[in-house]
Design a protein around this ligand. Structure first.
Ligand code: PMP
Length: 404
């Protein structure tokens, strides 16, 4: 019965993480997996999260009954507001034409949304940036999409955004193509379009009748300010009145990786369609996992609706993003001090958790085998894997890899 099952290819990031943990070398660095680490290299439970959990544990009004199929409504409302702003600034919110669906983190949001787009709206083609987060393709094909196209994004020479290439490819996309756009802190390159460039992207989306699907996995991580980081989505939805969907993850910005807290925000032109849309989304979720888990969503909802906890969360976001920026400065400074061949300015111009170092495949293999410094074969590193005690070690290893 099972004998014909072929072995599926491994998932690079998890394989590397496993290899790094199993590596007995006394000095090693794990720069592969996309999770936050403190200066001591440890996971971090945000103080506001701990406080919300303590208050939840003591609240006798809470229980473990099922949530509705589309999730905890106060959570989804808070998630939509975090993304779009308030009724004063956001016409979709003021006019009641935006709604949220709680999902199993960002991946679950993408999966539900992709199925809705493929099966209900009959879209067949999606576009991803080249490169993109490696899971986009798998999620969209599994949900029923037929064709994946790429738009140019990373300019190898410039070590920055290939905006002309991106625009050319988007202009050539057939109408109703779904365009996956990273809302901020692009994974894996750490390069985002400027505000002026986003305006041009919005022009093309409108002219060519493309469907913008924002993936927002790092709101707050790019600039340390969640409002700033929502700029592109708000511009499309609030200023340009473009219908869109945005998949939000609360894994990184609340440090709630294993709680699977996510939301899909839908912005529509005519609120009349919302009842039918929600009914279809209800069947998609019902047939996939029936209803989402409560704990993480309740934590995020508690924090966002309590002014003191929300302030603490903002401080946490600032300190996490500042730590990342410090590591960027530290790495670049050391490489320049070592006179490592090449230009390393992109390390500090890129933003968010990741840096696309520009190190090639051979250099990556060398770093892993010779120095026990683990990074993706694309050259992507997680800045949070760096800390004051391993910066010299990692910079030295990079220097050696580039020279050899
Ligand atoms: N999109 C992007 C671009 C990501 O980097 C991630 C996290 N690695 C996700 C979505 C989803 O993550 P999660 O399912 O853990 O929320």
């Amino acid at each position: 019965r099972y004998a014909h099952v072929e072995k599926a290819p491994p998932i690079e990031v998890f394989e590397l993480n496993k290899a790094c943990i199993a590596d007995p070398a006394p000095k090693k660095a794990n720069l592969c997996i996309g999770v936050y680490r403190t200066e001591e290299g440890q996971p971090w439970v945000l103080p506001c999260v701990k406080e919300a959990e303590l208050s939840m544990a003591q609240n006798d009004a809470l229980n473990h009954e099922y949530l509705p199929v589309l999730g905890l409504e106060p959570f989804s409302n808070a998630a939509v507001s975090l993304l779009l702003g308030d009724v004063e600034t956001s016409p979709p919110l003021a006019e009641g034409r935006a709604f949220g669906v709680q999902t199993l983190s960002g991946t679950g949001a993408l999966r539900v949304v992709a199925e809705f787009l493929a099966r209900i709206l009959k879209y067949t083609t999606f576009y991803v940036s080249l490169p993109t987060w490696e899971n986009h393709r798998l999620v969209f094909f599994n949900a029923g999409f037929k064709t994946c196209m790429e738009y140019r994004y990373w300019d190898e020479q410039k070590r920055g955004l290939d905006f002309d290439g991106m625009i050319e490819d988007l202009k050539a996309a057939p109408p109703n193509s779904v365009i996956i756009l990273h809302a901020c802190a692009h994974n894996p390159t750490g390069c985002d379009p400027t505000k002026e460039q986003w305006k041009i992207i919005a022009d093309i989306v409108q002219e060519k009748q493309l469907f913008p699907l924002f993936d927002s996995a790092y709101q707050g991580f790019a600039t340390g300010d969640a409002e700033n980081d929502a700029w592109a989505v708000r511009y499309f939805a609030n200023e340009r009145n473009i219908e869109l969907i945005c998949c939000q993850s609360f894994a990184k910005n609340f440090g709630l990786y294993n709680e699977r807290v996510g939301n899909a925000t839908f912005v529509v032109s005519d609120p009349k369609v919302m009842v039918e849309m929600k009914s279809q989304l209800t069947l998609i979720v019902r047939g996939m996992y029936s209803n989402p888990p409560n704990h993480g969503a309740r934590i995020v909802c508690t924090i966002l609706n309590d002014s003191a906890l929300r302030e603490n969360w903002k401080e946490c976001i600032k300190s996490m993003s500042k730590r990342i920026i410090d590591m960027r400065l530290g790495l670049r400074e050391r490489l320049e001090r070592l006179k490592t061949p090449g230009d390393w300015s992109h390390i500090t111009t890129q933003i968010g958790m990741f840096s696309y170092t520009g190190l090639n495949r051979d250099q990556v293999d060398y770093l892993i085998s010779k120095h026990h410094v683990y990074l993706l074969k694309s050259g992507r590193i997680n800045m949070c894997g760096l800390n004051p005690s391993n910066l010299d070690f990692v910079a030295g290893a990079f220097d050696d890899a580039v020279r050899n």
